[in-house]
Each structure stands twice: as structure tokens, then as C-alpha cells.
Design a protein around this ligand. Structure first.
Ligand code: SF4
Length: 452
């Protein structure tokens, strides 16, 4: 999973009329602000990846359905929810910093509630309340849908924590991945939507904490996903991004007969009104010919493949437990490029995994150069407690060595990215404009795809 750049706020209160769902405990909430009582407001701060961004959208939908109103002013919000990430040390340091800052606000406004959910909450559990006594509710990754009910209960009876070790049944509307929660989501953009197709991961990459906090893979039913996309298209959505920790193993828990992800791409791509289908992230070891064929033969599927390499040395890949060699990775990439014209390829790379030698790193440089990425998310290894890699302390690479390698890798990636971008000069591309850039407001940002 690729962490998003920085934190994002869910600020749009533009909830579709007619999408209100029963409260997460089954009670239909009162209209916001009815009987002259101003509605309580909520503010969600999100850390980490697109999965968390979309969880926050769903949470915003559930809180709105529960009678609360979104605000982008954290200082005045009646309920502040921090949706946390534990993939990188940086994200959890930021979270604990923000949580500390909220203490004085909570003291000055005793009626305010603070809730902490998401991956770090699932991992740290009671540690959060021990470290920050001003937190009212702690909930995990499997019961996001119960957050509104937990907040109401905490308002009556004081701070509480509810962490489940496995997902609620899919049919339960309180389930994070349920259709009810997904369809009531308050989305940032009216024309683009994330659709979570699976939660959890069955792999055991040595650096990754996701399987411990999100659990094993659970795929959402095929028909339910297609219906969800049809409803989104009826509401004006033209671009969907299918989300999962390992999207191309989607459906492995539903059937072993055929790779369902390829079928899902074709079915979603055939929905009337959907003109762009994206997905993130596939795992190189599970990139099957059927998926490549579905990408090539479904006009709505964008010609972009985010294929996380992580390292180019077979020794490091084995230590990481990635399940492929550099040669196999490059062969699958070549097959994808041969079938899908003008394929844009992006990746994730980790520098300084424990035991990475100069020679291992040289292999990463070579494979990255050969893969000719359009762009890459490059990360410096950071040990996450609870992972195998965190226990390899005797093999940690010195910081100055890692910094120097990181810089060399950046140069290689930027070289191919620049060449790819230069090759597009003069081409006519279709752009889906997203709006003003978050970094430079006068600029508009959008996503390209070539015009046939
Ligand atoms: Fe983590 Fe590996 Fe699963 Fe991705 S595939 S979520 S890196 S364990």
C-alpha cells in the first residue's frame, strides 16, 4: 500500500440526499439540528494510505447519518476523530504529537469528544488511553462502523475501548467494508470514488505490520461490488479506484476456480457511466496473465500499473518474504508492457532493509533503471514493532549509508521519470481535472490518460 502524501482532512459535508442509513446500532438518528438544537459537529483527521482515506470517508458518512455535521474547524468540533496509521514511524509520531496537542482543547471544552481509530489504535490498544487519558473512544480496524454508537455510549458512561480481533460479518451494517457504509461515504470528489474490494492481507512481508492490524484477506462479494459501482455511476461518478492490500488476489477466498480480479476489472469497466477504472495495489507475485489481458481489453481500465518492487536484490527479496525474484518481476512487467500500449508504471522501493549490502543495493539500482519507472515512492526502512524485520537489529544498516543510497536511488528514478515525461511532450492526453493543487493553489491538478 502506498502511503498518501501527508495527512488529509475530510471536510465536505455534501452528503447525498436520500442516502441516510440507520445509525450503526440500528437506530435511525434524528435530523441534524431538529427542534432548534444545533447539530453536533465532527472533524476527521486521517493519517496514512488510501485505505485510511476511504475509511474516513465512510466514517464521515456514518457520523452524518447519525445526525452530526462535518466541519473543517478542528478547534470548534464537538467530535474529533483521528484515523491512524502504523505503517511508518513518521505517521505514528505525527499522530501522538497531534493527540498531545488536543489535550488542552479537550480540557477547555469538556463536552468535546476525542476518538482514535484505525491501524495504530488496533495495534496500540489500551496503550493509547494510558498515554493520553483525554481520549474518549478507541476503536480498531474491524469495527469502524460502530464508531457513532461507541461515541454515544462514551458520552453517557465515560471513556471506552473496543478492539475486535476479526471483522464483523459482511452483512452487518457496522462492518467497515459493508455496502451500507460504503454507499453513505462522504466523498472528497463527486466524480471519483474509492471502492474497497478486500480488507486484510494473507502475505507476510517482513517489514509490514498490515496483516497483524488488518487481519487475513477477506474479499467483498463480487455482485455487491458491481452493484456498488453501478450506484456510484448513477450518482455521477465516472472514475473508480479499486482498493485492497493485494488487489490481484481478490476473490481467492471466494473461489479457486478462476482469478476473480480479472473478471472484476471487466465487470466494473463495463458499468455504464464508468470511464476510468484504477486499482491499487497489486502484488507482483500475483500478477496473472488474465489480469494483464483484462487491463488490455477493457477500455475503461487505465493504462497504469503500480507494481511495488521494494528491492532489486533476490537476497533482500527473500529476506523480505516477497515471493518473487527480480527476474520474475521484470518478466511480468515486460509482459504487461507488451500487452498494454503506453503503460505507465510506478512502484514502491525500500532502502536500507536489514542486511542490505552494497551489492544488494547495486542490484536495486540496476532493476530500477531497467524497469524505467514513471515515478516511484522511495522509503527509508523504518522498523515497525511486531514485524520480523524489527527483530533483525543486528543487521540494521547505518543511517549515513542509507541516506547516501537513498540519494543515489532518487537520481535513478528521477532520470527515467524525466525521460517518460519528456516523451509525452506534444501528445494529446485526456485529463480528469481534480481541482486546485494542495501545494500550489493557482495550479490545477488532474490525472492523464492518452487519447487513442
Ligand atoms: Fe504488507 Fe506485504 Fe500484505 Fe502489502 S502484501 S499489505 S506489504 S504484508
Amino acid at each position: 500500500m502506498t502511503p498518501a502524501d501527508g495527512d488529509r482532512l475530510v471536510t465536505s459535508p455534501s452528503h447525498d440526499a436520500g442516502t441516510a442509513v440507520p445509525g450503526s446500532d440500528g437506530i435511525v438518528p434524528a435530523d441534524p439540528g431538529s427542534a432548534g438544537v444545533p447539530a453536533r459537529t465532527f472533524h476527521i483527521r486521517t493519517y496514512g494510505c488510501q485505505m485510511n482515506d476511504h475509511d474516513s470517508e465512510r466514517l464521515a458518512g456514518l457520523l452524518t447519518a447519525d445526525g452530526l455535521v462535518a466541519t473543517d474547524d478542528l478547534e470548534s468540533a464537538d467530535v474529533v476523530v483521528l484515523n491512524t496509521c502504523c505503517i511508518r514511524e513518521n505517521a505514528d509520531n505525527k499522530f501522538y504529537g497531534h493527540l498531545g496537542n488536543l489535550k488542552s482543547l479537550r480540557e477547555s471544552r469538556p463536552e468535546m469528544q476525542i476518538a482514535v481509530g484505525g491501524c495504530l489504535a488496533q495495534m496500540d490498544r489500551e496503550h493509547i488511553q494510558q498515554r493520553a487519558g483525554h481520549v474518549d473512544v478507541v476503536f480498531g480496524t474491524h469495527n469502524l462502523g460502530r464508531a457513532p454508537a461507541l461515541l454515544r455510549r462514551a458520552a453517557e458512561s465515560g471513556p471506552l475501548m473496543e478492539i475486535l480481533d476479526e471483522p464483523l460479518p459482511e452483512a452487518d451494517p457496522a462492518t467497515a467494508g459493508s455496502s451500507a457504509a460504503a454507499l453513505s461515504a462522504v466523498r472528497d470528489l463527486p466524480y471519483a470514488a474509492w471502492v474497497t474490494i478486500q480488507i486484510g492481507c494473507d502475505n507476510s512481508c517482513a517489514f509490514c505490520i498490515v496483516p497483524s492490524v488488518r487481519g487475513g484477506e477477506v474479499s467483498r462479494p463480487f455482485a455487491e461490488l458491481v452493484t456498488e459501482v453501478e450506484v456510484l455511476a448513477d450518482r455521477g461518478v465516472s472514475e473508480v479506484t479499486l482498493l485492497g492490500q493485494n488487489v490481484n488476489s481478490y476473490g481467492r477466498d471466494l473461489t479457486r476456480r478462476r482469478p476473480l480480479f480479472a473478471d472484476l476489472l471487466r465487470s466494473v469497466g463495463a458499468v455504464d457511466g464508468i470511464s476510468r477504472v484504477r486499482f491499487t495495489s497489486p502484488h507482483p507475485k500475483d500478477l496473472r496473465p488474465e489480469t494483464i489481458a483484462a487491463m488490455a481489453e477493457t477500455p475503461a481500465v487505465c493504462n497504469h500499473l503500480h507494481l511495488p518492487l521494494q528491492a532489486g536484490s533476490d537476497r533482500t527479496l527473500t529476506a523480505m518474504r516477497r515471493g518473487y525474484t527480480a527476474e520474475r518481476y521484470l518478466a511480468r512487467l515486460a509482459a504487461a508492457r507488451a500487452s498494454i500500449p503506453d503503460l505507465a508504471v510506478t512502484t514502491d522501493l525500500i532502502v536500507g532493509f536489514p542486511g542490505e549490502s552494497d551489492q544488494d543495493f547495486e542490484s536495486t539500482l540496476e532493476v530500477a533503471a531497467e524497469a524505467e519507472y514513471d515515478s516511484a515512492y522511495t522509503f527509508i526502512f523504518s522498523p515497525r514493532p511486531g514485524t520480523r524485520a524489527a527483530e533483525m537489529q543486528d543487521q540494521f544498516v547505518p543511517e549515513d549509508v542509507v541516506a547516501e543510497r537513498f540519494e543515489r536511488l532518487r537520481v535513478v528514478v528521477e532520470r527515467s521519470a524525466l525521460a517518460k515525461h519528456r516523451a509525452r511532450i506534444g501528445q494529446v492526453e485526456e485529463v480528469l481535472v481534480e481541482g486546485p493543487s494542495k501545494r500550489d493553489r493557482p495550479e490545477q491538478v488532474g490525472a492523464l490518460r492518452p487519447v487513442d
